[in-house]
Design a binder for this molecule. Structure first.
Ligand code: C6P
Length: 408
């Protein structure tokens, strides 16, 4: 394991919000899959940007303009290095994972013809389902779904049956935000490539929690959000292989994505700026840069190990409580979704909130998956390296209170 000064007390001090009280109780934040909390290093980097360097990028020849441009471009390099993308030109900044996937559903699909197939899975988030579904409807394409098995993993047989020579795009989540399932996207990508299809990965729940090397995975595209990895909201990433991005039509047209504009026609800018129209999320890029520095300081292997410990501990604790049903396999990412007997997940969440514990409840933007699981909703505890086993003990005790209130 790499050396680190991974001292939980010191880490928690970096996250101002973690010392907050909720209804007189110490906050226990178990909703990092929805959005992570932010360390002061990220908050301060953005504050410094606005206080000392704020200007528009790629336009102004003055000092502030140059400083802002340099910071924004450096953030692309930082992200490229973080996921081993090779070059900043393979990194497009967007608003979030959702926008990254929508960009693909608009721009990647020029050559698709009626009857072509797109393969996703039953566990996909709406962000990786609705854009492809709507595209399929508009263009007469077929959307195929890889099924999940009893355990909540992608069914091997269904993977092999779904991806065929008719498949043009396979788009799968790396880690499920409901089941926690860690999908073997390299293997699925190989099958996609053997069939001459492109492999798109929704990395929203993987990037914050494990080392990701897009070259090793051989993903054609990899999408994720800054706000789930200690960064600010309003910035997302789309990694793409150079030759694919070069051949794609831009998704948004306007200022700065151009090289030359005439009344009759336009030449587009180089990568990645061709996909970054208008004034971009500059301060957010600075925040994301600082977030990556923070993650690297701790080390992604250490984060993965800590998240796993917390998740396994929760899994065992919840299994001790009668009437708690957990969804998904034991080997999982940093989420544990569950229901307590017939009690609605919203009620569970509300009672936990009165104990200062923030979890998420609902369909988690995976309505079709909830149908497959035969659950209207689920409660979900999700973790990050700043959480502790002591917090999990308190959470398990509070679930006892939930059962008492509802006399289960
Ligand atoms: N899931 C959750 O609580 P955005 O909102 O664009 O940053 O991320 C969308 C998204 C895409 N894919 C997966 C696997 C996700 O988990 C998410 C976001 C949050 O589970 C909010 S719904």
């Amino acid at each position: 394991m790499p050396k680190t000064n991974f001292e939980i007390k010191n880490i928690r001090k970096d996250f101002p919000i973690l010392s907050r009280k909720i209804r007189g109780k110490q906050l226990i934040y178990f909703d990092s899959a929805a959005t992570s909390q932010k360390p002061k290093q990220v908050i301060e980097a953005m504050e410094d940007y606005y206080k000392n360097h704020n200007a528009n990028i790629h336009r102004s020849i003055h000092t502030l303009g140059e400083e802002a441009t340099e910071a924004y471009e450096k953030a692309h390099e930082k992200v490229a290095d973080f996921i081993n993308a090779g070059s900043y030109q393979n990194i497009v900044f967007t608003k979030n994972t959702t926008e990254s996937l929508n960009l693909l559903a608009y721009s990647l699909t020029a050559d698709l013809k009626k009857g072509d197939e797109i393969v996703i899975s039953q566990m996909e988030h709406h962000s990786n389902l609705v854009p492809w579904q709507q595209l399929a409807k508009q263009r007469g394409l077929k959307l195929e779904f890889i099924k999940i098995d009893e355990e909540g993993k992608l069914d091997e047989e269904s993977i092999n049956e779904s991806i065929t020579k008719k498949t043009k795009i396979v788009s799968i989540m790396h880690v499920s935000n409901v089941l926690g399932t860690i999908n073997d996207i390299k293997k699925i990508g190989n099958i996609a490539h053997e069939n001459n299809a492109l492999m798109v990965v929704d990395g929203a729940q993987s990037i914050p929690h494990m080392p990701v090397d897009v070259k090793k995975i051989d993903a054609d595209f990899y999408a994720f959000s800054g706000h789930k990895m200690l960064g600010p909201t309003g910035i997302g990433v789309l990694y793409g292989k150079r030759e694919l991005l070069e051949n794609m039509q831009p998704f948004l047209y306007g200022g700065e994505m151009i090289r030359e504009v005439k009344f009759e026609d336009t030449k587009f800018n180089d990568l990645p700026w061709k996909f970054e129209a208008g004034t971009m999320n500059i301060a957010e890029a600075v925040g994301l840069d600082a977030a990556i520095d923070y993650l690297k300081k701790i080390g992604m292997e250490n984060i993965q190990k800590k998240d796993k410990e917390l998740t396994n501990y929760t899994f065992e604790k919840l299994k001790e409580i009668k009437d708690v049903k957990i969804y998904g396999p034991k080997e999982r990412g940093a989420v544990v979704s569950f229901n307590v007997d017939e009690i609605h997940a919203h009620d569970v969440s509300q009672i936990l909130d009165s104990e200062g514990i923030a979890i998420r409840a609902g369909h988690h933007c995976c309505m079709p998956l909830m149908g497959v699981l035969k659950a209207h909703a689920a409660a979900r505890a999700s973790f990050y390296f700043y959480n502790t086993k002591d917090e999990i003990d308190k959470f398990a005790n509070a679930l006892g209170k939930v059962k008492k209130v509802f006399r289960v």
